[in-house]
Every structure is written in C-alpha cells, then in structure tokens.
Design a protein around this ligand. Structure first.
Ligand SMILES: Nc1nc2c(ncn2[C@@H]2O[C@H](COP(=O)(O)OP(=O)(O)OP(=O)(O)O)[C@@H](O)[C@H]2O)c(=O)[nH]1
Ligand SMILES: [Mg+2]
Length: 241
C-alpha cells in the first residue's frame, strides 16, 4: 500500500515546540515511507531548531523550510508544495502539528487515493467522523464556515475547511499556486474550490478531530473574517477563470 508512491507530509508550524518531535517521530514510524517537510515561520519558541535537529537525525527523510516570520498558513503550504513537487513526490499530505490530525489516518487516506481519487480530505463531517474536546463556539464556527462555503460556492465535499488532505501531485501542478490570493487559513477553501473547478475527483475519509492538547491556537478573529471575505470573493468571480 502506497509503497510505490513517493509521499511527503507537509507540517506548517508556528510555536509547536511541545508537539513537533512527537509528531515527526510518529510520521516516520508509519507503515509508508513518507518524508516530512516542516515549514516553520521563525517560531519564537524554538520549533525551527527542534525541526533542524530532527532533520539532522533523519537525513533525507525530514526537511525544514525556514521562513523569516509569521507569513500565514496558506503561503506555508505553498512553500511546502513547491519543495515536494521539486523533489518528485507523487502524493503530498498536509496536516496540523498539534495532533488534531492524527497520523494514524494517513494510510487510509492514501488507500482511498489509490482507489481513484485525486484529493482525499480527512473529514469531520462524513459518517464516522467527528470532533472531540472542542468548545461549542469553535464547533459552531467550523460548521457555519462549512455551510456558508458549500452553499455559496457549490463545494461538494463536506469538510471544506479541513487542513488534513492528501493531494496527487498532478492536482497541485494543475493549479497556479502563485495566483492564490488567500495567505492564511482561508487558503483551504480557495484551494478546494480550484481543485473542484478543475474537475478533479475529491473524496473524504472520516477522522475524529481532537482539539489541541499542547501549545496555543493561532487562529484569530481576523482569520475568520478573511474566510468570509474569501468565500464572497470566490462567489463573485466564479466562472470567470
Ligand atoms: N508556518 C506557519 N504555520 C502556521 C501559521 N499559522 C498556523 N500555523 C500552523 O498551522 C497549524 C494549524 O494552526 P492551529 O493554531 O492549530 O489552528 P487551529 O487548528 O485552527 O486552532 P487550534 O487547534 O484551536 O489551536 C498548526 O500546525 C500551526 O502551528 C503560520 O502563519 N505559519
Ligand atoms: Mg489546531
């Protein structure tokens, strides 16, 4: 399973010193020979240095992209995508560093890709999926953002804001990454919109999303407003590209 497909897992980090070592270790122990690309935005807590040590301990399997400051989740994914494509990866997985997205789901996501999907989402909102230990307000915001994006943009996936994804390289190659206007969290909605628009086959596998146990959240009110703005902007311009 997945043995012939070169797989890279992109982990964007900002202040994840409590999580990064445990996460990378778990990723390297998966029954797929995946490599890991950490994209760190000069985290003040030293996550970047821990990632460098992991890279030195696991030469060739762990790579670190250092950016000079907090430049946003969306552009972090793009930096990781370019690195993975340049290095000939077939499958590119993205996930959060805080264990909300558990590595154990990755083999199942790859299996689903192998049955003929181009993008597979680790989804909270399909049968068998769910969310635990999240505050009611956060659940409501996530549900609302999904309903809004699905209705206005006609997105067919159920979890449109999930950052837990597995893309085939051809999907990323088909999208003008430099033309994506969202730099932060709403990148996920914009990217999914473009993927569906290009006609790629999108699937979902259920995951249980667990609220972060260590470290602190980086999502701000501003990011939530930007997500609304992104959906509206895509809605006005739909069909024009
Ligand atoms: N490189 C980089 N990573 C980021 C940035 N913002 C967030 N991240 C990372 O993106 C992932 C998601 O961020 P979280 O803070 O977990 O956001 P969230 O999941 O919406 O919020 P909580 O889990 O409730 O804290 C984590 O791995 C963060 O460290 C950023 O500007 N740059
Ligand atoms: Mg999180």
């Amino acid at each position: 399973m997945g043995q012939n497909l070169k797989t890279s897992v992109i982990v964007p980090t900002y202040n994840e010193k409590e999580n990064i070592r445990a996460l990378v270790t778990m990723l390297l122990e998966l029954p797929i020979a995946a490599s890991v690309i950490v994209v760190d935005d000069n985290s003040p807590d030293g996550t970047g240095e821990i990632a460098d040590r992991l890279a030195a301990e696991n030469t060739g399997r762990v790579h670190v992209i250092h950016r000079p400051g907090k430049l946003g989740l969306g552009t972090a994914y793009i930096a990781g995508f370019k690195h993975a494509l340049h290095n000939g990866q077939d499958l590119i997985v993205t996930m959060d560093a805080d264990f909300s997205h558990h590595p154990r789901y990755i083999p199942g996501m790859i299996e689903k890709i192998e049955t003929g999907y181009d993008l597979v989402i680790g989804s909270r909102y399909v049968t068998g999926g769910g969310t635990i230990e999240c505050a009611a307000l956060r659940k409501f915001l996530s549900w609302g953002a999904n309903a809004f994006a699905r209705t206005l943009l006609g997105l067919r996936a159920h979890d449109t804001t999930a950052g837990f994804r597995c893309y085939r390289r051809e999907v990323l190659e088909s999208i003008a990454l430099d033309r994506i206007f969202s730099s932060g969290y709403s990148f996920l909605i914009e990217m999914l919109y473009k993927v569906q628009h290009q006609g790629w086959k999108v699937g979902e596998v259920p995951i249980i999303f667990q609220n972060r146990q260590q470290g602190s959240s980086k999502i701000s009110k501003n990011e939530i407003l930007k997500a609304l703005q992104t959906v509206l902007k895509l809605f006005w311009t739909r069909g024009k590209d």
